[in-house]
Structures are given as C-alpha cells and as structure tokens.
Design a protein around this ligand. Sequence first.
Ligand SMILES: [Zn+2]
Length: 99
Amino acid sequence: MSAEYRDYIRIKRGNRKLVLQVLVVEWSGPHEPVSHWKTVKTLEPSVSLSQLDDEVAGLLKDPSHFGFCTQCNDHFVNGHMHGEEYCQSCAEQYLGICH
Ligand SMILES: [Zn+2]
C-alpha cells in the first residue's frame, strides 16, 4: 500500500481474517477533530498484495470515505476535505478560509 495513505487506511490482522479499516475524522468543534477507525471490510488472510492494493484503491474512490482535492491532486478522508474540491489546507491557501 502506498505510504502516503497509511495515516488514513490500515490493515489489521483479526481473528483469522484481515480487517481493512479507514480513519473517520469528525469535528466536535472548529479545532477539535475526533477520529476513530472504522472497519469497512474483512478479507481472507490469503489475500494477495495486489488484491490488497485493489481494495485500498477502491476505498480511495469511495466518496463515502474519501474526497479528492483538485488543487493538490490527492485523496483525503472526508473529515479533512473542505467541500468537494478542496482539502482543508488548500481551502486555507487558495480560498483564504481559516479552520
Ligand atoms: Zn489540497
């Protein structure tokens, strides 16, 4: 899996299964992110690395978990997106929005 998504996606070895988890970031206040790991899929432990990559790629394309910033051309969890086209840091940089 690409190192850049390690903050957002992780694979844990569960009881005879592999568990694919995604970081969910919610905001209880403007500067109080609350994050937790949500299990999105369980996989057979025999799954190959390329299958794992496919799962991760599919997860990144899932709009219920991830958005895509059109400025820095990267995926971010929805909690780190500002609307549908900007991540939060690009929103600050290009739209002058303070978080
Ligand atoms: Zn961005």
